[in-house]
Design a protein around this ligand. Structure first.
Ligand SMILES: *Cc1c(COP(=O)(O)O)cnc(C)c1O
Length: 413
């Protein structure tokens, strides 16, 4: 058997025993191999009908009554509770709304305010130091740019110094001066998975507040927010959660920190009595404090429909398949593509790998263009990275084999 036939046969076997294989039928897909679900998830087939109902019936005919009768007003916390099990959170700690960028701002400023209010969010190492003692914010130096831009502004506004460090450098950089730390769970470029439990523990041991960005992990792997005592977290819903372009992000505020969550964007939606129309702000209790203004109902309810594909799906099964997909992709690439043409920048150990594979290649922008022309859609990240995202709900092993084969054809042409 040729190498191609061998790996194609292996793909067929893996697909035959894939317990998530049936999920693909719940998405609108064609013969394209879609490996860009870590940028924009595919369309769940039930979404168009739901959006039509929301627009024509709820908005068109019920109009203002829908705020109550169609559950519009409570959608942010209701959908937050739907996302919660995927990130290991008990109900009542997540609200949906605004963009990830805006939620990074809310979370980071609130984290600094928590740190200054009593010195620590974690149970260990509380020093009770007042605001002046904790004058630094640490930010992931390799972060997706928006988080870094917002952290810089948050630092300036709160009078802190921003110190960019790589996640590996965080333990050594932590000190009694650290107020808050903003980290990415998975590096968007390399696909490296950072050690959330141990980094969170280190942040707490220093008496600081940990803020995690889950954009590239929620819906792809277990996060364990409650289990690992994460303080605050944010994430987007249009990647592995398939909420649609620009679907609203979410904010997690650990239950025992909610009373101390002092939002830098208090709006009437986070007021304890929004319709009291009172001049003074009095925050609602619970995760509701993360809300700001009127929720973006159309995209929020599209997201709610999209979340139905997760019914009966365990995130552990998703993780197992994700690792099998990325393992198999690396195996096929190693078999088909000459070693000197691409280099994986995604860590080989499972414990350090998210749900994507990033390959460094000369002319990566041009290579990706040609891949897309041939029906294999990944994306290009400046300056030289080919990025392939593996979404276990709708990518199969035959797709993976085909993607590697087409990549080899493109590179060898
Ligand atoms: C995708 C992504 C974002 C996106 O932020 P938006 O405000 O939704 O544009 C932010 N942070 C990270 C780490 C991301 O991967």
């Amino acid at each position: 058997m040729s190498e191609f036939a061998e790996l194609a046969a292996k793909a067929e076997k893996l697909d035959a025993t894939d317990e998530l294989a049936g999920k693909r039928a719940e998405f609108v897909l064609d013969e394209i191999v879609y490996l860009d679900g870590n940028s924009l998830g595919a369309l769940p087939a039930n979404v168009p009908g739901r959006v039509e109902d929301v627009v024509l019936r709820q908005w068109g005919r019920m109009r203002i009554r829908s705020w109550d009768e169609s559950g519009w007003w409570t959608a942010p916390e209701r959908i937050g509770d739907r996302i919660a099990p995927l990130v290991g959170a008990a109900p009542g700690q997540i609200v949906v709304g605004d963009s990830t960028s805006v939620n990074v701002f809310k979370a980071l400023v609130a984290a600094v305010r928590i740190a200054e209010s009593t010195g620590s969010a974690g149970s260990a190492g509380s020093t009770g130091s007042a605001g002046t003692g904790r004058d630094e914010i640490l930010v992931d130096a390799t972060t997706f740019p928006t988080d870094g831009y917002i952290a810089e502004s948050a630092a300036r506004m709160t009078g802190r110094t921003l110190r960019p460090v790589t996640p590996a450098e965080v333990p050594a950089a932590l000190s009694g001066r650290t107020a808050a730390v903003l980290l990415n769970h998975v590096d968007y470029r390399t696909g490296r998975l950072h050690d959330l439990p141990s980094l969170t523990a280190a942040v707490h041991a220093a008496g600081a507040v940990a803020v995690w960005d889950l954009c590239h992990s929620a819906g792809a792997l277990p996060v364990g927010l409650d289990e690992h005592g994460v303080d605050l977290a944010v994430g987007c819903t249009y990647k592995y959660l398939n909420g649609g372009p620009g679907s609203p992000a979410y904010l997690y505020v650990r239950r025992d920190l909610q009373d101390r969550f002092d939002s830098p964007l208090p709006g009437w939606n986070s007021h304890t009595e929004p319709f009291g129309m009172r001049p003074d702000f009095e925050p609602a209790s619970g995760a509701l404090r993360g809300r700001v203004g009127t929720p973006d109902i159309l995209s929020m309810l599209a997201l709610e429909a999209a979340m139905e594909v997760w019914d009966g799906v365990s995130i552990e099964a998703v993780r197992a398949k994700s690792l099998a997909l990325t393992d198999f992709f690396l195996e096929c690439v190693a078999a088909y593509v000459p070693k000197d043409r691409v280099e994986s920048v995604t860590p080989a150990p499972h414990a350090e790998r998210g749900s994507q594979v990033a390959l460094r290649s000369a002319d990566a922008g041009d290579v990706m263009k040609r891949l897309i022309e041939r029906g294999v859609v990944g994306d290009f990240r400046h300056p030289d990275v080919l990025r392939f995202g593996f979404t276990p709900l709708y990518v199969g092993f035959a797709d993976v084999e085909r993607a590697a084969r087409v990549l080899a054809e493109v590179l060898l042409r």
